[in-house]
Design a protein around this ligand. Structure first.
Ligand code: FUC
Length: 819
């Protein structure tokens, strides 16, 4: 089998995109990359900044690939390498302070309530532990010559990153992927008509300075216009003090280290990274690294692990793991590893396609498309962004791994923004918004496991800090499943993080209708509900049951604090939580009395209110117009519109109109994730034009980095996932017992198709449209399953056939259109 063919036929390019048809070792030819543009990011220059490098991941192990010529850099991550050790942050003083904090809130002394909560009710330590990184592998090449025909890319169809160029008459290729079946990162290098050599070194976890929040990506410096430094090398500074490395058998090198300490918490984890080099040429190892000379074909196999077993057990043996994994991979060899990787990856990625039309911009390198996204008409970039989000979720959240954190899996140093933790007052939930609709139900399992852990740690928090049954989690958690309020009352004194996670998981159940998920969810839902049965308070003015103390996430009301009772979001989240719990109880025929109590409590939650300005009130009081930050990024009180469906254009038009007023006041542009939320909200409200305008801003250089990572800024992955959910929400929606076809289709996407996406009730669908009208709809579900389709203002009942299929053509879909 030839490892490389310079001329690639159209057929084999497509086969490459489709995965298994392609010969292992096959790369796309330079200049032909755009043939697979629907599934490919590509560039004409190496990555200088971290946000230009291309991410690989098998759910657990991640790498950022820079594709540099004089020195390749693989920046590594392992999803359990966090700071600290198992710890208990619950503050026993909180229980005594609770009645007084509530009393101060009741009497309008919000600032004093916040000060008292700050002194007595916050977690100890006040901050959670940060996610870290596994350091870098640096390959210093022995002959660096300015190349010609340079190209690098990431094929989403195969999850393989590639780099190719010619230098001094030699044609060089590199391919890299993160294998889930074999638990290694693989980097394969070849040379034709020449040979190469390199020195492989390792740089341990550093306190890398993360990109400052005012970084504007290619808005200020289009990457394509920057002079390319082919000689660029980063200094191989010594590995950090806690890390030691040594030769570890033929062609192998092993690093061992300890994690960082965290706030008031000693380091409790050991980690290991092993790289094994196989191939031709002379391969020699020393304690400094591995040296390769005179090679034409080399494969690097990289494994990383920590001693983390679960949030209370850190007794694992990472050295044994990385030795086993790299040695087993070496026995298989590159071609077998690549084939197994593609087979495994395609199982998750294939099956969902999206075509929103194309334009001249689609032939450009990805960084150029981002730079021009707000000006040029590039519908295919939206489709690429959607598929990239699917790629990213597969890469950072697989059954058995940690869930996607604030940066998914990818983080450069030991001091990431917001600790790269799990912020559960929006960000973690948003990470999973597209999972089920976009056909990736298989990626949700880590979130379910995280909530199972939180239900244990959060029960201790509920007992210790509130004297309550059930479990609670506030606005953040970490690898150690800390559940107490952190950072300060302004951000942390919010008891609904666990409840929102439960609602997110309920959606997962509702899309899949998997009884095993329902069974695991039930105790989590009842526990989350019980906490609120014990802690909800009667509003002194008789408006219903309220949470107290709480906040409307991170937004200050006009009375000197964010601390308050009964913000709209809490009441909305609890309405969903209680409904999901009783629905689960009913289906499983469990705990009838408890279910009746939960149902009665739900009825007594204070309802949503419309304020003087016609807006949906963010707080129980009509404070919105005087709140200091009118364009605040969080739109917490619009939770009821999206992701929930409590407020919608069909059943609650007056509240939906109030939500529009609130959204208009907040503005369309915000941080990355907050822009994506606005996109989802306008789509849910049926305004495709507005949603599309917001999407263009999200895809532009101020909110998207050259590697298509979302820019909060800095990089935060939630915007990628929220953006993908929003794109799909413009085409297909599933709420209120209906399946909505093209509910917010913008004029900019007159024709297209989306195949393999999901709707509630275990439905899969393929949809095509032309001239802004649906032309074909195929539904797959259970035999004889009944559905309500909404197409425009028309409701169309459909029953699937005995095989669980239905096909609707143009005529049935457009009966109201005069022919
Ligand atoms: C919440 C947001 C911030 C940021 C942080 C990680 O606190 O308000 O914008 O996304 O999470």
């Amino acid at each position: 089998m030839k490892p490389w063919r310079a001329r690639v036929s159209r057929r084999s390019v497509l086969a490459g995109a489709a995965g298994l048809g392609a010969a292992p070792g096959l790369l796309m030819a330079a200049g032909q990359a755009h043939a697979g543009a629907g599934h490919r990011l590509w560039y004409r220059q190496p990555a200088v900044r971290w946000e230009e490098a291309l991410p690989l991941g098998n759910g657990r192990l991640g790498a950022m690939v820079f594709g540099r010529v004089a020195q390749e850099r693989l920046q590594l991550n392992e999803d359990t390498l966090w700071a600290g050790a198992p710890y208990t942050p619950d503050n026993p003083e909180a229980l005594a302070a609770l009645p007084e904090v509530r009393r101060l809130i009741d009497t309008g002394r919000f600032k004093e309530a916040s000060d008292l909560a700050s002194a007595r009710m916050m977690a100890r330590p006040l901050w959670q532990m940060s996610y870290g990184c596994l350091g870098d592998l640096l390959l210093d090449f022995d002959a660096a010559v300015a190349p010609s025909g340079y190209e690098r890319g990431l094929d989403l169809g195969t999850a393989i990153a590639s780099t190719s160029y010619t230098a001094a008459g030699t044609f060089f290729t590199r391919e890299a992927f993160a294998s889930a079946p074999d638990q290694v990162i693989v980097l394969h290098l070849t040379a034709q008509r020449g040979r190469f050599g390199f020195d492989l070194g390792y740089r341990g976890p550093r306190d890398a300075k993360y990109t400052p929040p005012d970084y504007q990506g290619s808005a200020t410096e289009p990457v394509a216009e920057r002079p390319v430094d082919w000689e660029l090398k980063e200094p191989a500074v010594p590995v950090h003090p806690g890390t030691a490395g040594a030769a570890d058998g033929p062609g192998a090198w092993l690093a061992r280290g300890r994690n960082q300490s965290g706030p008031d918490t000693p380091p409790g984890l050991r980690f290991a990274m092993r790289v094994k080099v196989i191939g031709d040429g002379l391969i020699t190892e020393s304690n400094a690294g591995v040296r390769v000379r005179g090679a034409s074909r080399i494969t690097l196999l990289v494994a990383g692990a920590t001693s983390y077993v679960n949030y209370r057990d850190v007794s694992g043996d990472p050295v044994a793991l990385v030795r086993e994994r790299t040695d087993a991979a070496a026995r298989q060899g590159f071609d077998a590893l690549k084939l197994a990787h593609m087979r495994d990856y395609r199982r998750l990625y294939a099956g969902v396609s999206l075509d929103l039309g194309t334009s001249a911009a689609a032939a450009q390198p990805t960084d150029v498309r981002v730079a021009t996204a707000e000006r040029a008409d590039d519908p295919a970039l939206a489709a690429l962004y959607f598929q990239y989000a699917r790629y990213l979720l597969i890469a950072c959240s697989r059954a058995g791994t940690q869930p996607a954190n604030l940066q998914g899996l990818w983080n450069e140093g030991t001091n990431p923004p917001w600790g790269s933790k799990y912020t559960i007052n929006i960000n973690t939930e948003m990470n999973y918004w597209p999972a089920d609709p976009a056909g990736l139900s298989g990626c949700v399992e880590p979130l379910l496991r995280l909530v199972e852990d939180l239900a244990v740690t959060g029960a201790r928090t509920a007992r210790t800090m509130y004297g309550a049954r059930g479990w609670v989690a506030h606005h953040n958690t970490d690898l150690w499943r800390a559940a107490a309020p952190i950072d300060g009352p302004y951000w942390g004194l919010w008891p609904c993080g666990g409840a929102w996670l439960c609602n997110t998981l309920w959606n997962h159940y509702d899309y899949t209708r998997d009884p095993a998920v329902l069974a695991r969810l039930y105790p989590l839902l009842t526990g989350a509900s019980e906490f609120f049965l014990d802690t909800l308070l009667e509003d002194p003015q008789g408006r219903g049951l309220l949470t107290s103390p709480s906040i409307s996430p991170e937004n200050q009301h006009p009375h000197g604090s964010s601390v308050c009772a009964g913000p709209a979001m809490d009441r909305q989240i609890l309405r969903d939580l209680f409904e999901h719990t009783t629905e689960a109880g009913r289906m499983l025929q469990r705990d009838a009395e408890l279910m009746a109590q939960i149902h009665r409590t739900r009825e007594r939650l204070a309802p949503d209110r419309v304020g003087e300005g016609g807006q949906l009130q963010e707080w129980l009081e009509d404070w919105d117009a005087e709140a200091p930050e009118q364009q605040h990024r969080h739109v917490s009180h619009l939770y009821a519109v999206y992701p929930s469906g409590q407020i919608n254009v069909r059943d609650t038009p007056a509240l939906a109109q109030a939500a529009r007023v609130s959204l208009n006041a907040r503005g369309d542009r915000s941080t990355g994730w907050a822009t994506a939320w606005r996109l989802c909200l306008w789509a849910r409200l049926g305004d495709g034009k507005r949603a599309h305008a917001i999407l263009k801003g999200l895809l532009g250089p101020e909110r998207t980095y050259p590697n298509l990572f979302d820019a909060h800024p800095p990089f935060q992955i939630d915007g990628n996932f929220g953006g993908a959910a929003g794109i799909l929400e413009m085409l297909v929606q599933s709420w209120g017992g209906e399946l909505l076809i093209l509910p917010a289709l913008p004029a900019a996407w007159p024709s297209g198709h989306v195949n393999g996406v999901k709707a509630r009730g275990g439905i899969e669908l393929d949809l095509a449209w032309a001239g802004g009208r649906a032309t074909r709809l195929t539904l797959r579900g259970q035999p004889r399953q009944q559905l309500s389709l909404r197409i425009g203002s028309r409701l169309l009942p459909v029953q699937l056939d005995s095989r669980g299929r239905a096909r609707l053509h143009h005529q049935a879909l457009n009966q109201d259109v005069a022919s």
